[in-house]
Design a protein around this ligand. Structure first.
Ligand SMILES: Nc1nc2c(ncn2[C@@H]2O[C@H](COP(=O)(O)OP(=O)(O)O)[C@@H](O)[C@H]2O)c(=O)[nH]1
Ligand SMILES: [Mg+2]
Length: 441
């Protein structure tokens, strides 16, 4: 089924102008094409070699370092060359044009990594880790991507799949030797036990996976409180820009305003909400409803109030929430019955107390996620699907159905787990995973 593949190229570095731009080429025609477009011909393998790139008329485009990596010992497993040229717009444009003229086509997003996956260089979870590593903005995202790149998730998922394969072997043995009188009994108990353990592991991963998904996609923090407490002022202060409108008119904020930022090493989404009060204004009432919803969905809730007046929303506060008295510059009448952080959102006094309280909670949540855990909705779906098959297998066993029927469910469960690492290759999954990459990776 070996169809001659296209040779692909892309700019692997950020958009020019930049000091250097790296153009990457991979595929079966790398050798003849390089031989033609480089003045010195094909460079020696795995050595940085200074050479000049020529256009179709033999005119010089630029001189730079060329690194030729013959397959299969390359990222994609194919012959690959990387050209480090000067990062000028016209240079990159002409270089790509020269390659197109030589029969190379522009790579699709993620196509280099997809080829690496197809060559067996990395599994799907590691391929996703490559994308996560490139996208990582926070320290926590970075650490998590490195773990996944090292194969923490692949090992976990493959281990589960192996367990199921063992179950399948037991079940199939009992199908093959149906006449041995006590065979079903001998098989049922160990299969039941393995299924139960595996189910517990999958459920545990689903429960803990929330945190790793949050590290990747951002934790949610909601600022809640009465009108005029200074919620929008605080959001702007944290965002370091005027994201929300601030006035001294109560009821100014109606919609939920969300700001995405890296706070103390974590990616977070902070939402400013409408002040909570009874209102007859239809729009404001909808704002209050949305504020309450944002509060429900938040990982961390900050209750802000004007420190000169008392805090009136005590009934709403949960133990993990943070209560903050604002406008300390105007003097605060502190209620000592509750742990309260004092800030002045408007002045430029520091917000260390509040930031420390947030970090403390994020660290706590993250520490529950030390084991490798699923990082994407795709993993959650695959695991939930596998779980549903395991449950069916279990109930069929309990009801005394034959090993063939049970084996079929176990096989489907193993397949669902196999799709996580790409062991079972489904075109739709591959398309979804690799299309989220940037071109050139
Ligand atoms: N003196 C003082 N005024 C503040 C402080 N924070 C907010 N304000 C003022 O309080 C009013 C209401 O602020 P805003 O952020 O719109 O409150 P929100 O309704 O809770 O969003 C505005 O006039 C702000 O300038 C603060 O720390 N000190
Ligand atoms: Mg506001």
């Amino acid at each position: 089924m070996s169809v001659q593949r296209d040779t692909i190229c892309a700019l692997a570095t950020g958009s020019p102008p930049s000091a250097i731009s790296v153009i990457r080429i991979s595929g079966p025609a790398v050798i003849p094409i390089t031989d033609r477009v480089l003045r010195g011909g094909l460079p020696s393998p795995r050595k940085a070699q200074l050479d000049t790139l020529l256009d179709g008329d033999g005119l010089e485009i630029d001189t730079g370092l060329m690194v030729f990596m013959p397959g299969p010992a390359s990222y994609t497993g194919e012959d690959t060359i990387e050209m480090s040229l000067h990062g000028g717009r016209i240079i990159v444009e002409k270089a790509l044009e020269a390659l197109f003229a030589a029969g190379v086509r522009l790579a699709e997003p993620g196509e280099f990594t997809r080829r690496a996956f197809e060559a067996g260089k990395l599994d799907l979870t590691r391929a996703e880790a490559v994308a996560d590593l490139i996208d990582a903005e926070s320290d926590a995202q970075h650490q998590q991507a490195i773990k996944q790149m090292d194969g923490a998730l692949a090992t976990l998922y493959e281990g589960w799949r192996e367990e199921l394969t063992n179950c399948l072997a037991l079940l199939e043995a009992s199908i093959d030797f149906p006449d041995e009188e006590d065979a079903p009994d001998r098989v049922d108990a160990p299969v039941m036990e393995k299924l139960a353990t595996l189910k517990a592991n999958l459920n545990e991963a689903l429960a803990g996976g929330n945190i790793t998904e949050r590290i990747r996609d951002g934790f949610r923090i909601a600022i809640l409180g009465e009108p005029n407490a200074g919620k929008s002022t605080l959001l702007n202060r944290l965002a370091k820009r005027e994201a929300a409108i601030v006035t001294d008119i109560a009821g100014t904020t109606r919609d939920v305003v969300e700001v995405r930022l890296v706070l103390c090493g974590y990616l977070v989404w902070i939402s400013d909400t409408a002040g909570l009060r009874e209102t007859t204004d239809l729009v404001e009432a909808e704002g209050v409803r949305r504020a309450l919803k944002a509060g429900e969905e938040a990982d961390i809730r900050i209750w802000l109030y004007d420190g000169r007046s008392g805090f009136t929303l005590d009934a709403e506060v949960r133990p993990s929430d943070i209560v903050v008295a604002n406008k300390s510059d105007l003097g605060i009448d502190l209620d000592v019955s509750r742990e309260t952080i004092q800030i002045s959102a408007k002045s430029d006094s520091d917000l260390d107390g509040l930031e420390n309280a947030i970090i403390q909670r994020l660290d706590q949540m993250q520490s529950r996620a030390t084991a490798p855990l699923l990082t994407r909705a795709r993993h959650r779906q695959g695991i939930s699907l596998a779980l549903s098959y395991l449950e069916k297998a279990q109930s069929l066993l309990q009801l005394g159905y034959g090993a063939e029927l049970v084996a079929e469910e176990v096989r489907l469960g193993a397949r669902a787990l196999g799709s996580l690492t790409g062991h079972v290759d489904t075109e739709a999954i591959l398309g979804a995973v690799f299309s989220s990459f940037c071109i050139g990776k």
